[in-house]
Design a protein around this ligand. Structure first.
Ligand SMILES: Cc1ncc(COP(=O)(O)O)c(C=O)c1O
Length: 427
């Protein structure tokens, strides 16, 4: 039976995580369902970044590298990220972008494979992986004379042959929200002698992740989505300790040197994950990311990622149920798995036409989701309306209201207005 708006208000009132929303500045009247693309602004961030500018930079000047702890920010933030992804302290650094970190770890994994099993010439990934992952892999394959093999998710197991050096996957798919079983896939890859690289862009801070428990080899992830680090926030990188010291990463800059301020002409990589740093770090961006990480860690006393996950599933279940009951007959289809174990923290709906305009009409009403274009091929990927549920700041009443807006946009045909057909550079 459908929950009413009153039921949803009661669920918010009982929700032990509800107060975590007070950590964020969200515009009045907005229901923000795009934290999977850009997380909301932590209330602490503006003052903290202002302090880093006026006091640490303005007054401390160059001294702040030591006195304000700028120099080891990548490691300190890495240590805050570690428990969210099943890594140990000292195994993660916050640095660079996801794309750049992927280049580093993919190179490291290919280096290991080239030594341990040089006959393996394939890099396998999923055809619907996020494009930057595929482009980085394509570039590396070109440079090394390897072949990139792209498969559908259901064909991954069959593709894990003795010709494959590395399997590179995104844990939660950006278009569909479908989640891989990291432990089972990693075990299958290892059984065939294949190293695994996991992109956690839609997982870190969104779903519980256990890289160590899964026996994964390398991982990267994003700082500006569920970690609330701000636009273009630094990403993170993890390498299993057994691999971290085996090779130089390809961007062997001075920040990854064992003693950067010794200024030696030759490169001596730092031990462990610190070698995955490259050059001088964006301190103001790292400072904002620090505030974002604290918003996620604030859930720790309330049950941490497990509690956030329980709420996220309740929200996405509610959204799916309400859409199917209240928006039936309007051509929407569910593109996200119903099975909890296969679902990330977003719900994607497909529609053969009008998806972009419907999202625009919702945004005009203050319900912010986004649109991801399909490939236009018959039987290929359809256009997607994408709704991210960040349980830190989204509640049950928000979910009910979002579906009510969707219902009205569809029933009135509001989305067919010409003003909703214009596409911006960013969708
Ligand atoms: C799976 C995945 N990887 C990487 C990225 C982005 O990487 P970058 O921050 O380097 O632009 C995204 C962005 O949405 C993503 O969804």
């Amino acid at each position: 039976m459908t929950l009413t708006l009153q039921d949803c208000r009661a669920l918010d009132a009982q929700d032990p995580l509800h107060a975590l929303r007070d950590q964020f500045t969200l515009p009045e009247g907005v229901i923000y369902l795009d934290g999977n693309s850009l997380g909301a602004l932590p209330k602490t961030a503006a003052a903290r970044v202002a302090q880093a500018v006026t006091s640490e930079w303005g007054q401390g000047l160059i001294r702040s590298w030591n006195s304000a702890g700028w120099f080891d920010l990548p490691q300190r933030l890495g240590n805050k990220i570690a428990p969210l992804i099943g890594a140990q302290p000292g195994e993660v650094v916050a640095t660079d972008s996801t794309s750049i970190n992927l280049y580093k770890v993919l190179s490291a994994a290919l280096n290991i494979a080239a030594v341990d099993s040089p006959e393996r010439q394939l890099l396998v990934s999923e055809r619907s992986n996020f494009p930057t992952d595929l482009y980085i892999a394509e570039g590396l394959c070109q440079a090394r004379g390897l072949r990139l093999l792209l498969v559908e998710p259901e064909d991954i197991a069959a593709a894990l042959t003795h010709e494959v050096a590395v399997l590179m996957l995104t844990h939660v798919n950006y278009r569909t929200g479908a989640m891989h079983d990291m432990k089972a896939v990693t075990a299958a890859a290892h059984a065939a002698g294949i190293l695994t690289v996991w992109d956690l862009a839609h997982s870190a801070g969104a779903v519980p992740v256990d890289l160590t428990g899964a026996g994964a080899d390398f991982s990267v992830g994003c700082g500006y989505k569920y970690l609330n680090g701000g636009p273009g926030a630094p990403a993170f990188v993890w390498a299993h300790p057994q691999h971290a010291d085996r090779f130089w990463q390809p961007l062997s800059g001075w920040w990854g040197h064992a003693a950067p301020f010794a200024f030696t002409p030759d490169y001596q990589p730092a031990p462990g994950i610190a070698r995955f740093l490259c050059g001088t770090q964006p301190i103001l961006s790292l400072t904002a990311l620090d505030c974002g990480l604290d918003t996620v860690l604030a859930a720790e006393p309330l049950g941490g990622m497990a509690a956030l996950r329980t709420k996220s599933l309740a929200l996405t279940d509610l959204f799916i149920t309400l859409v199917e009951e209240r928006c039936a007959g309007h051509g929407l289809a569910l593109a996200t798995p119903r099975t909890h174990a296969r679902r990330g923290s977003q719900v994607c709906l497909s529609r053969s036409k009008g998806a972009h305009a419907i999202v625009q009409a919702l945004i005009a009403r203050g319900v912010i989701g986004d649109f991801r274009a399909g490939d236009g091929a018959a039987g290929g990927h359809p256009d997607i309306l994408r709704f991210g549920f960040t349980p830190l700041y989204i509640g049950f009443e928000d979910t009910w209201n979002a579906v009510e807006h969707l219902k009205q946009v569809l029933e009135t045909g509001e989305w067919t207005q010409a003003r909703f057909s214009q596409k911006g550079a960013v969708t």
